[in-house]
Design a protein around this ligand. Structure first.
Ligand SMILES: [Zn+2]
Length: 109
C-alpha cells in the first residue's frame, strides 16, 4: 500500500487555499491534497480508534462531510438499516441524589 492517499473530498481541488497550489509558473493549478496514510493502531480493549481512520482519506472534516453529502445514498445502500437495533439492559435505576445522570443504565450480558 502506498504511504499516501489523495483526499477523497469532491471539492478539495477547488478550495482557494495556498496548500492546494501546484504546478509551474504559467500553468498553476489547485490540486487535491495528498493525505499521509498511517495504519490505525491495534484496538485496545473496546477502543477502536475509528475517529483516526478517516484522516487517512480526507485532508480535513470539511472534505469528509462534503464526501458524505455527495455519497450518502450510496453509503446507506451499502448497509441499509430497515429495523432498529436494540441493546438489552437491566431495569434502569433512578438515583435522585445525583444532579446529573440520574438514571443508572447497565447493559445486560
Ligand atoms: Zn481535502
Amino acid at each position: 500500500m502506498s504511504s499516501f492517499n489523495w483526499c477523497h473530498g469532491p471539492n478539495c481541488h477547488t478550495k482557494e487555499l495556498q496548500s492546494r497550489i501546484r504546478g509551474s509558473k504559467g500553468s498553476k493549478v489547485l490540486r487535491t491534497m495528498k493525505v499521509k496514510y498511517t495504519p490505525p493502531p491495534e484496538p485496545k480493549g473496546n477502543r477502536y480508534y475509528w475517529f483516526r481512520h478517516w484522516t487517512n482519506y480526507f485532508c480535513n472534516q470539511s472534505c469528509l462531510m462534503e464526501f458524505v453529502e455527495h455519497n450518502i445514498q450510496g453509503m446507506i445502500a451499502l448497509a441499509p438499516r430497515r429495523e432498529p437495533l436494540e441493546t438489552p439492559i437491566k431495569d434502569p435505576v433512578k438515583d435522585n441524589t445525583r444532579y446529573y445522570g440520574q438514571w443508572t443504565i447497565e447493559k445486560r450480558t
